[in-house]
Design a protein around this ligand. Structure first.
Ligand code: MV4
Length: 494
């Protein structure tokens, strides 16, 4: 096992990884930017090294500096977290070259998953269902139009180097397809430096179901069941749950086996995620994510498997001790991503100083966070404050606990999307698990969010007048009311 690991990331995920290291008695090295010099993750590490200024291009993306520090500090392995360098084959390759273990798949696996056309071809060969489409580059619009008429409109044009929803366009007829080909090619070239595009039949309002997989370096591959991630906004996931409400034992076996075949087909090792879309009883491979995902905790809650510890053990060459039959499903888990953004203003980021912070706890609640009272959320990084995860014996209990935890959660100083989560967790469509990737647009969620905010303001105003304090203190008062159980709670001016 490793003695020392460098964590090439920041915030909550850096802490998540270092927690596993601490349990495993592995020393940790953090790297931090100027903007993170007071951040919790840098303090949590056994040692922390400065790597440069924000933005990330000058610090968290600096392969050279990060690997210099790994070498200087004697770290034997690097954990990339998610985002930043996590799916960068050049980083993995440079680690391989320097003899530093990259805690993730090989650079070759990252590369073959990164090209969507290559992945489609590989999956077809491995008998993993892919969306009807063309597993080759679109060369000229005329032949693409011929092919589209064969598939039937609508079709979707995608960048081969894309993923996560960037560089794709839907076309409903020949002339839209000609436009989509030109615009997607241009976006692909400017965003990814690769103009290669391909085409699939467009499936209307699919559900997004992904399988967590684990593969060791001894050819053992298993899956840890599915997550459903259908509450998204512009490809940003906001709520995820496991298991999926539409899953049956039979479908899980079929999709799980396909996920394992997909993983084996690209000689994958370590933790990964196989993304499918599901529509009318059929499922299709979309992409393979070659990293630890933000939403991994819900899988941990229902399977009892610590995915980060497994990643480290696999990278150290250990065998997976469990087999597929050892993996069960205990209860239900939901994750709400708590972001510093304004759900009433088009989810605009709301960076700033957190003047009051109290996270929920109690039965069935897990909070993965990197913030605290006095912490400043920097405009340089994504706006995620924490991940709030609930567990229950059944879906309804997980929902009830999540609602209760959202009620307990106090964050003053920055605007958060907590009212959005409160609205969704009471939405009758969500309760009935009528999920699709178009959920937010379809169900008038913003009016429901406005109602939640209005009700909370009223409650605060009533209290403020009853207590005879001025309106500016309403937020703090409302917060204090919710911490009545916390005898140390104090109302402060900020
Ligand atoms: C699709 C699709 C419908 N039909 N492909 C979006 C992210 C990227 N992984 C692929 N995506 C989609 N591909 C076909 N043939 C719809 C989406 C899609 C989507 C997929 C998963 C989760 C959320 C989504 C939101 C909009 C569109």
């Amino acid at each position: 096992m490793f003695n020392k690991i460098l964590v090439a990331n920041r915030g909550e995920i850096a802490i998540r990884v270092m927690r596993a290291c601490r349990e495993m008695d592995i020393t940790t090295v953090a790297v931090y930017s100027e903007a993170d010099s007071n951040a919790l993750f840098a303090k949590y590490a056994d040692e922390a090294h400065y790597i440069g200024l924000p933005p990330a291009s000058q610090s968290y993306l600096r392969i050279d500096r990060i690997l210099d520090i790994a070498e200087e500090t004697g770290a034997e392995a690097v954990h990339p977290g998610y985002g930043f360098l996590a799916e960068n084959p050049d980083f993995a390759r440079e680690c391989e070259r320097m003899g530093i273990v990259f805690i993730g798949p090989s650079s070759d696996s990252i590369e073959s998953a990164g090209s969507k056309i290559t992945a489609r071809k590989t999956m077809e060969k491995a008998k993993v269902p892919v969306v009807p489409g063309i597993s080759a580059e679109i060369e000229d619009p005329e032949s693409a139009i011929d092919a589209a008429q064969g598939l039937g409109y609508p079709v979707i044009v995608k960048a081969s180097a894309g993923g996560g929803g960037i560089g794709m366009k839907v076309a409903y007829n020949d002339s839209e397809l000609a436009d989509a080909i030109h615009s997607t090619r241009a976006v692909a070239k400017s965003t990814f430096g690769d103009p290669t595009i391909f085409m699939e039949k467009y499936l209307h309002q699919p559900r997004h179901i992904e399988f967590q997989v684990l593969a060791d370096s001894h050819h053992n591959t298993i899956h840890l069941n599915e997550r459903e991630c259908s509450i998204q906004r512009r490809h940003q996931k906001l709520i995820e749950e496991s298991p999926s409400p539409v899953m049956t034992g039979e479908l899980r076996e079929e999709m799980g086996a396909a996920a394992v075949r997909a993983t084996e087909a690209i000689d994958y090792t370590n933790a990964g995620t196989v993304e499918f879309i599901y529509s009318d009883g059929d499922f299709y491979f979309l992409e393979m994510n070659t990293r630890l995902q933000v939403e991994h905790p819900i899988t941990e809650m229902v399977t009892g498997v610590d995915i980060v510890r497994k990643q480290i053990a696999i990278a150290a060459g250990e065998r997976l001790v469990m087999e597929q039959d050892d993996i069960g499903i205990n209860g239900w888990a939901i994750e709400c991503r708590i972001n510093a953004e304004d759900p009433l203003n088009d989810f605009a980021p709301s960076p700033g100083r957190i003047t009051r912070y109290r996270s929920p706890g109690g039965p069935g609640i897990r909070v993965d966070s990197g913030v605290h009272t006095g912490y400043t959320i920097s405009p340089f990084y994504d706006s995620m404050v924490s991940k709030l995860i609930s567990w229950g014996e059944q879906r309804v209990e997980a929902i009830e606990r999540m609602r209760r935890a959202l009620y307990e959660y106090i964050i003053v100083g920055v605007t958060t999307n907590i009212p959005f989560h409160k609205a969704v967790l009471r939405n009758p469509h969500f309760m009935r698990a009528e999920l699709s990737t178009h959920f937010i647009d379809d169900f008038g969620i913003s009016e429901q969010v406005a109602d939640v905010v209005e009700q909370e303001k009223e409650k605060g105003a009533t209290l403020a007048s009853a207590l005879g304090v001025d309106d500016r203190k309403v937020a703090a008062i409302t917060a204090a009311v919710r911490t009545y159980m916390d005898s140390s709670a104090q109302i402060t001016d900020d």
